[in-house]
Design a protein around this ligand. Structure first.
Ligand code: NDP
Ligand code: 8X3
Length: 252
C-alpha cells in the first residue's frame, strides 16, 4: 500500500529535499507553501520524475482558517496521512531584545509555534482515527541552546521541543510516533530570509566551514521513518562536524 507524507514548507530548503527523498522512495506527497508558482512547478516535476501522486496545497500555516480548510477539505484518499512533517518555519532578524522589530517576533511565533500547532491539531485526529501515524517536527539546535540575539527564534524552537514532548505523551496510547529533528547550521534560504534578502550577510554565515545540506536533513527524516514499528527516535540532533554548539564553529 502506497504511503502518504504531508510536508509543510516544501517550496525550498529542507521541505523540498524531504519531498524529493520520500518521492524517490515511492511515497505520495501533500506539499505546501505560500509561493504558488514554485509549489505547482515542483509538484509537476515530482510527478514526472518519480511517477507518484502529488497534491500541492498553497496556504499560510499562520492562518487558522486556511489550515483548517486545507485539511478538512482533503479528498478522502488523501486523508490517510502516514507521516506529517511540520517543517515550515523561519527566523526573522537577529537583534537584541530591546532593539528587535516587533513584526519579526509575530512572524516567528505565528509560524514556528502556532502554525505547527494548527497543523498538528487538524492532522493528528486523522492519525488517531487510523491508530497509526508519525509526526516529525523540525526543531533546531536553537531549541536546545540560546545564543546571543537568538532570543525569540530560540524561544520558538524551545517551544517546538516542549510541544513535541507533549504531543508524544498525548498520542502514545494511539500508536502514533512523534519525533523531533534538531539540526545545526544548514545552507538553505534560511539566512536569506533571516537577513531579509541580504545575500552577502546570509552567505557569510556559511563561510569557512561545510554546513549541513537540505539533503542531510532529508536523509535523517527518511531514516526515522524506516525503523521497526516498536522503535521511535524521540529527538535527533544533527550538526555539521565543524559546529560544536550553537555558537562554536571551526572555520578555516
Ligand atoms: P527555507 O527558508 O529554505 O524554507 C522554509 C520553507 O517554509 C519554505 O518552503 C517556505 O515556503 C515555508 N514557509 C515559511 N513560512 C511559511 C508560512 N507562513 N506558511 C507556509 N509555509 C511557510 O528554510 P529551511 O528549509 O532552512 O527551514 C525549514 C525549517 O527548519 C524551519 O522550521 C527552520 O526553523 C528549521 N531549521 C533550519 C535550520 C537551518 O540552518 N537552515 C537549522 C535548524 C532548523 P513559502 O515561502 O513558499 O511559504
Ligand atoms: C537554525 C540554526 O543556529 O541559526 O535553526 O539557529 S541557528
Amino acid at each position: 500500500m502506497t504511503k502518504t507524507i504531508f510536508i509543510t514548507g516544501a517550496t525550498a530548503g529542507f521541505g523540498k529535499a524531504i519531498a524529493k527523498k520520500f518521492a524517490e522512495n515511492g511515497y505520495n506527497l501533500i506539499i505546501t507553501g505560500r509561493r504558488k508558482v514554485l509549489l505547482d512547478e515542483f509538484a509537476k516535476e515530482l510527478i514526472i520524475t518519480y511517477n507518484i501522486e502529488v497534491l500541492p496545497l498553497c496556504f499560510d500555516v499562520r492562518i487558522l482558517k486556511q489550515v483548517e480548510e486545507a485539511i478538512t477539505s482533503l479528498p478522502e484518499k488523501w486523508k490517510s496521512i502516514d507521516v506529517l512533517v511540520n517543517n515550515a518555519g523561519l527566523a526573522a532578524g537577529l537583534n537584541t531584545i530591546h532593539e528587535a522589530v516587533l513584526d519579526d517576533w509575530d512572524r516567528m511565533i505565528d509560524t514556528n509555534v502556532k502554525g505547527l500547532l494548527y497543523m498538528t491539531r487538524f492532522v493528528s485526529p486523522l492519525m488517531v482515527e487510523r491508530k497509526q501515524g508519525h509526526i516529525i517536527n523540525i526543531g533546531s539546535i536553537a531549541g536546545k541552546e540560546v545564543y546571543p540575539m537568538g532570543n525569540v527564534y530560540c524561544g520558538t524552537k524551545f517551544a517546538v521541543d516542549a510541544i513535541t514532548k507533549g504531543t508524544r505523551i498525548d498520542l502514545v496510547t494511539h500508536n502514533i510516533k512523534v519525533t523531533q529533528i534538531s539540526p545545526g547550521a544548514a545552507n538553505t534560504e534560511f539566512s536569506l530570509v533571516r537577513f531579509k534578502g541580504d545575500k552577502v550577510r546570509a552567505d557569510n554565515v556559511y563561510n569557512g566551514f561545510q554546513p549541513l545540506s537540505a539533503e542531510d536533513i532529508a536523509d535523517a527524516a527518511f531514516y526515522v521513518t524506516t525503523l521497526p514499528a516498536h522503535v521511535n527516535i524521540n529527538d535527533l540532533v544533527l550538526m555539521p562536524t565543524a559546529q560544536a554548539s550553537a555558537v562554536n564553529f571551526y572555520k578555516k
